[in-house]
Design a protein around this ligand. Structure first.
Ligand SMILES: [Zn+2]
Length: 320
């Protein structure tokens, strides 16, 4: 085995509710995966124990020798990727978890950590909707809105590792105040939570298919949009217009080969595409727009629930 290569790669994708663990060969082809509940309690050892069990089962099943693999971990942030720690995860309450050290001590192999959106960008760039592009901008539209950037096949993480805060770019200077302290952040309009919350408010005041639903989520809104509910359509269209405005800023700044939309809300890409393209048309150079359409620069992610683990595996291979 070369110093810069492992026989196998283990990818771990830790999500707010679900965690995926996959094993891949030295060509980064996934050969087996398992999915478990993250068990979001503040004591990280519970989740770590579950992930260790899942890894151990895969190692045994495929007769993989100790020390013959490297581990990549994709995790929501903020993270400190230099020290290999989780700084804070809001959904679970984890704080200052030295996750790389925890995994390295357990398996005595190299372990690498990266932000979930950056991992997704890496995965889509190499094996998904961004193949062939030099500059890949990946946007997740899920509970929140985030992004990852991949340039020439590598993650671009900025001066201090915080590049890609797409959810917090300003799309309305006089707009809603965000939890981050800024005003008019994209996430306040286009995240799954915001879409649901804005519909909940309006459905209390106007007649809507959503009026009777107690806990409206983004899927309820999507279903109502499909039935042409005026409240749902209005909120949805505004969310897509803001996403498109954000995407146009990305386009002007980065000249990307692709801007990819992933995450739970983006499963409804058929309802998103027209609104996003039309907002982009309003905000980019007029002469650029036909090129954007022709090259299909704004597109849906391809890898689905294996995006995070694929990125984690590629991360381990690249960093080793
Ligand atoms: Zn914000």
């Amino acid at each position: 085995m070369k110093a810069s290569e492992a026989d196998w790669y283990i990818g771990v994708d830790i999500g707010g509710t679900k965690t995926a663990v996959s094993i891949a060969d030295n060509k980064c082809q996934i050969i087996d995966s398992s999915f478990l509940d993250t068990c979001g309690q503040p004591d990280f050892t519970v989740t770590a124990g579950r992930i260790f069990d899942a890894i151990d089962i895969l190692l045994k099943k495929h007769q993989i020798k100790p020390g013959s693999f490297a581990i990549g971990i994709s995790c929501p942030g903020p993270l400190d990727t230099v020290s290999g720690s989780i700084v804070f995860v809001a959904t679970t309450g984890w704080k200052n978890i030295p996750i790389v050290q925890i995994f390295a001590e357990r398996y005595k192999v190299p372990v690498f950590l990266e932000n979930d959106c950056a991992c997704a960008a890496l995965a889509e760039a190499h094996k998904g909707a961004g193949q062939g592009a030099k500059v890949v901008f990946y946007i997740t539209v899920s509970t929140g809105v985030g992004s990852g950037i991949c340039v020439n096949g590598d993650i671009f993480s900025g001066e201090t590792g915080n590049a890609g805060e797409f959810g917090h770019i300003c799309v309305d200077p006089q707009g809603l105040k965000c939890q981050c302290g800024a005003r008019g952040c994209l996430q306040m309009y286009s995240s799954g939570i915001s879409i649901a919350e804005r519909c909940r408010e309006l459905a209390g005041q106007e007649k809507s298919l959503l009026s009777g639903i107690e806990h409206i989520d983004a899927r309820d809104v999507e279903a109502a949009v499909r039935q042409n509910d005026p409240v749902a359509v209005r909120v949805w269209n505004d969310a897509m217009e803001k996403l498109g405005t954000g995407a146009s800023i990305v386009y002007q700044l980065f000249n990307p080969g692709v801007i990819i939309f992933g995450g739970g809300v983006s499963n409804a890409w058929d309802l998103m595409e027209a609104g996003i393209y039309s907002a982009v048309k309003e905000h980019v150079y007029e002469m650029d727009y036909p090129f954007i359409v022709e090259r299909h620069i704004l597109r849906q992610a391809k890898l689905g629930k294996l995006t995070g683990v694929t990125g984690a595996i590629l991360l381990a291979q690249k960093k080793l």
